[in-house]
Ligand binder design. Structure first.
Ligand code: NAD
Ligand code: IPM
Ligand code: MN
Length: 342
């Protein structure tokens, strides 16, 4: 039986770029059984909630989940009692226990000059952000009254241990653990636990600790310094958007959200880009590269994953540029340019 993949196109440019990923998968000839579900704002409009019980159950029994993006101004609200598209994303990550978010940042040579940063700075950068995805300030208790609001930031030893193990096993030489241990208690526990796991289980990997403010500067000043950036949920969110600019655009960055068991969720790092939704201008490459991560991490189809990545590189080498990369190619043209090499 073909592996079952749940498709969550979501909102904004989500459905447009999901189509591109499906065309790339189909060109590869990989047999997959798809089941599509409404998610995010689209699910709020239809069912009053961003993630229905039915969709979560379907995801739990699938072999992988391919997700595009959620959110949009029509669902933006500051009222804590109103549903938000992003709750679907957080509920899915928590519901599937996807504690490890891998965000590889490897600028493609053809795009060295598409980055606002100098070519000599970004050349040969090859880093990965290993972001803790189901803890921290995102998931702590929240309170809100007229004049006061709070978000609890909580981490347990067990949560830090398991993401630290992923970080160290992803590295071949160096892990940079990023925290705010000069201020935050959660960061002080983070640092202690990362040190322990390092000493006990991965003594041959070099470990350094950086404070997050310094790390954000160093990421731009000397990106080649980094191999694995191991960090908590919110710092990882922010640093990965920053790192995206090393590749030229947020439209280039894929991610894999993994737990101890199947299924993983494979999703671009960017959001639903409401400012360009419906214009046909979205860069589909982060979505297509997320499908490649699904082939690699979800199905162990390394050759097929590499084929997709190589097709993307060849299309860019040939001159493919969507507007975010300074060109004029539409989503459809970009997809065709990749398909040519599959
Ligand atoms: P965004 O990532 O959607 O967009 C930021 C900027 O990058 C915009 O100018 C957008 O046009 C551009 N951009 C993003 N993806 C692009 C692509 N593939 N091609 C070309 N340009 C692209 O972030 P935002 O505007 O802050 O958020 C918009 C909505 O998306 C919000 O509701 C937010 O909560 C949501 N969001 C969802 C996810 C997700 O579903 N994983 C991630 C981030 C943000
Ligand atoms: C991301 C997004 C999400 C996050 C939002 C939409 C909840 O920014 O996947 O990076 O903060 O994790
Ligand atoms: Mn983000």
């Amino acid at each position: 039986m073909a592996p079952r993949v749940i498709l969550l196109p979501g909102d904004g440019i989500g459905p447009e770029i999901m189509q591109s990923a499906l065309e790339a998968l189909s060109a590869l000839g990989v047999e997959l059984d798809y089941e599509e579900h409404l998610f995010g704002g689209a699910a709020i409009d239809a069912h009053g909630t961003a993630l229905t019980g039915e969709t979560l159950t379907a995801c739990k029994s699938a072999d992988a989940v391919l997700l595009a993006a959620v959110g949009g101004p029509q669902w933006d609200t500051t009222d804590p009692d109103k549903p938000r598209p992003e709750q679907g994303l957080l509920g899915l990550r928590k519901g599937l226990d996807l504690f490890a978010n891998l965000r590889p940042v490897k600028p493609i040579p053809a795009l060295y000059d598409a980055s606002p940063l100098k070519r000599e700075l970004i050349e040969r950068t090859n880093l990965i952000v290993v972001r803790e995805l189901t803890g921290g300030i995102y998931f702590g208790a929240k309170t809100r009254s007229e004049d006061r609001a709070s978000d609890d930031c909580v981490y347990t030893r067990a949560e830090i241990e398991r993401i630290a193990r992923i970080g160290f096993s992803t590295a071949s030489s160096r892990v940079t653990s990023v925290d705010k241990a000069n201020v935050l208690e959660t960061s002080r526990l983070w640092r202690e636990v990362v040190r322990e796991i390092h000493k006990r289980e991965f003594p041959n990997i070099e470990l350094e600790h950086l404070l997050v403010d310094n790390a954000s500067m160093k990421l731009i000043a000397a990106p080649r310094h980094f191999e694995v950036i191991l960090t908590e949920n919110m710092f990882g969110d922010i640093l990965s958007d920053e790192a995206a600019m090393l590749t030229g655009s947020i439209g280039m960055l894929p991610s894999a959200s993994l737990g101890d068991q199947k299924p993983g969720v494979f999703e671009p790092v960017h959001g639903s880009a409401p400012d360009i939704a419906g214009t046909g201008q979205a860069n589909p490459l982060a979505m297509i590269l997320s499908a490649a991560l699904m082939l690699r991490h979800g199905f162990r189809l390394e050759n097929e994953a590499a084929a997709v990545e190589s097709a993307v590189e060849q299309a860019l080498a040939e001159g493919l540029r969507t507007p975010d990369l300074g060109g004029t190619a539409t989503t459809k043209e970009a997809t065709q340019a990749v398909l040519k090499y599959l």
